[in-house]
Design a protein around this ligand. Structure first.
Ligand code: NDP
Length: 451
């Protein structure tokens, strides 16, 4: 058994009921096999064993009172995975599926993603199995306050700086930051994704979606291609999906799909202009369902099917796929259909949306495949820039932040492509991202001794 196989076996043995965490560990560790061969100093210092174990796992009760006066109890998490290169940093997810496995996979991925941005940020993730859907504004506020009433003691601007994720946008960050500020009597940059009036950064809402498209454009450019005239499938209709859609439109592509957890809509004419404004208003203000898009514009709507199932069943032709909903949404069957229908590029706006089998199929068919930890790193990169602006007590213009985001995404593309070549798998961005993200963290851990 190789060292890497031993580590995977150990994780399986220790955490048998954490399939998503194991999936992420296997993917990263398998690409690091060659790093272990070339760097005996990392092996000697136990870096590989240490990096798969979180620094700290915090699980807590979140009691709150609903509008009928009934006591509700949710479970809260914060996984402080690794702070070798900077304070812990990573989003908060509110979704009924949240559990320890999902939190740990996201925290683990975040270590390498944050390292790829070149900014000084460690890896973390948090969240709760609270479902904001169907809750009143007051219930969401009370829940966020109750969640922060425990979270506050574990975070701080130099310790751990949470942000948003699924189910957590500007509204929820406002409630959490407001509560933290009150009980700590301290107005400081402890959350990112804040409103512009109280320390937020321009371009933060756009950053993950824009960044994923900047990364995809760089991948396409390696084959002399661009978004102009391309047909693009996007899944989700939340923060990442909306701004990926906006950027594809700006670059001359045509977005034909969106979804939420109830339905997928297909609009072959392209979701652009007023239709984009409608989606943003529907999702961010009215908090309605994507089906209402089909009702308004008379487009096709598939209830209960994901974007990828619709593409598989209907044989829709797409050039580029940008999954922006959730983990494991594209399976092997979907990947085969995408390849068959002409897809040449997949950039993951979501975290781990492609199953290992899907990734294998993309690689075998020479599809440009950008894994989430590289392609969606723009969000945390601009969070890092928000932290810098908070420290400087200054704010940068929209153009300044967008220019920096583009520069960072180009840098990540270059670093991941070069690492894939250096480690013998040119064009395999999964290996490239894992290796490039790992090296800086490993060198820092080595410098500290065994801690
Ligand atoms: P949002 O909550 O804003 O949007 C999520 C979207 O995906 C919604 O349309 C939601 O539908 C849909 N969705 C969520 N879960 C499922 C599911 N199980 N099945 C079908 N559809 C689902 O989240 P974000 O846009 O912020 O996040 C999307 C992805 O991007 C996640 O994987 C997240 O980790 C990742 N990401 C986000 C970053 C950010 O800056 N926000 C940064 C980097 C990665 P519905 O409304 O019905 O729930």
């Amino acid at each position: 058994m190789s060292l890497i196989e031993e580590i995977i076996a150990q994780v399986k043995h220790r955490d048998p009921e954490e399939p998503e965490f194991l999936q992420a560990v296997v993917e990263v560790m398998e690409s690091l096999e060659i790093v272990a061969e070339r760097h005996p100093e990392f092996v000697k210092a136990g870096i590989f064993q240490r990096i798969v174990e979180p620094d700290r796992t915090i699980v807590f009760r979140v009691p709150w009172v609903d509008d009928r006066g009934e006591v509700r109890v949710n479970r809260g998490f914060r996984i402080q995975f690794n702070n070798a290169i900077g304070p812990y940093k990573g989003g908060i997810r509110f979704h009924p599926s949240v559990n320890l496995s999902i939190m740990k996979f996201l925290g683990f991925e975040q270590i390498f993603k944050n390292s790829l941005t070149t900014l000084p940020m460690g890896g973390a993730k948090g969240g709760s199995d609270f479902d904001p859907k169907g809750k009143s504004e007051n219930e969401v506020m009370r829940f966020c306050h109750a969640f922060t009433a425990e979270l506050f003691r574990h975070i701080g601007p130099e310790t751990d700086v949470p942000a948003g994720d699924i189910g957590v946008g500007g509204r929820e960050i406002g409630y959490m930051f407001g509560y933290y500020k009150k009980i700590m009597n301290n107005h400081t940059g402890v959350f990112t994704g804040k409103g512009l009036d109280y320390g937020g950064s321009l371009i933060r809402p756009e950053a993950t979606g824009y960044g994923a498209i900047y990364y995809a454009a760089e991948m396409l450019a390696t084959r002399g291609l661009s978004f102009t005239g391309k047909t693009v499938a996007i899944s989700g209709s939340g923060n990442v999906a909306q701004f990926a859609m906006e950027k594809v439109n700006q670059l001359g592509g045509r977005v034909i799909t969106l979804c939420d957890s109830n339905a997928t809509i297909v609009d072959e004419e392209g979701i652009c202009g007023d239709k984009c404004d409608f989606v943003m208003e529907l999702k961010n203000v009215k908090r309605g369902r994507i089906k209402e898009y089909a009702d308004k514009y008379g487009s096709v709507c598939y209830l209960g099917d994901s974007v990828w199932d619709v593409i598989t069943q209907q044989g829709l032709k797409v050039d580029v796929a940008i999954p922006c909903a959730t983990q494991n949404e594209i399976d092997g069957k979907n990947a085969e259909a995408l390849v068959k229908n002409g897809c040449i590029c997949v950039a993951e706006g979501a975290n781990m949306p492609s199953t290992p089998e899907a990734v294998r199929i993309f690689h075998e068919n020479n599809v440009l495949f950008g894994p989430g930890k590289a392609a969606n790193a723009g969000g945390v990169a601009v969070s890092g820039l928000e932290m810098s602006q908070n420290s400087l007590k200054m704010s940068w213009t929209r153009q300044e932040v967008d220019d920096l985001l583009l520069k960072i995404m180009k840098g990540i593309h270059k670093a991941t492509l070069e690492a894939s070549e250096e480690y013998g798998r040119k064009g395999d961005y999964v290996t490239g991202a894992n290796v490039a993200g790992f090296m800086k963290v490993a060198r820092a851990m080595l410098a500290y001794g065994v801690v």
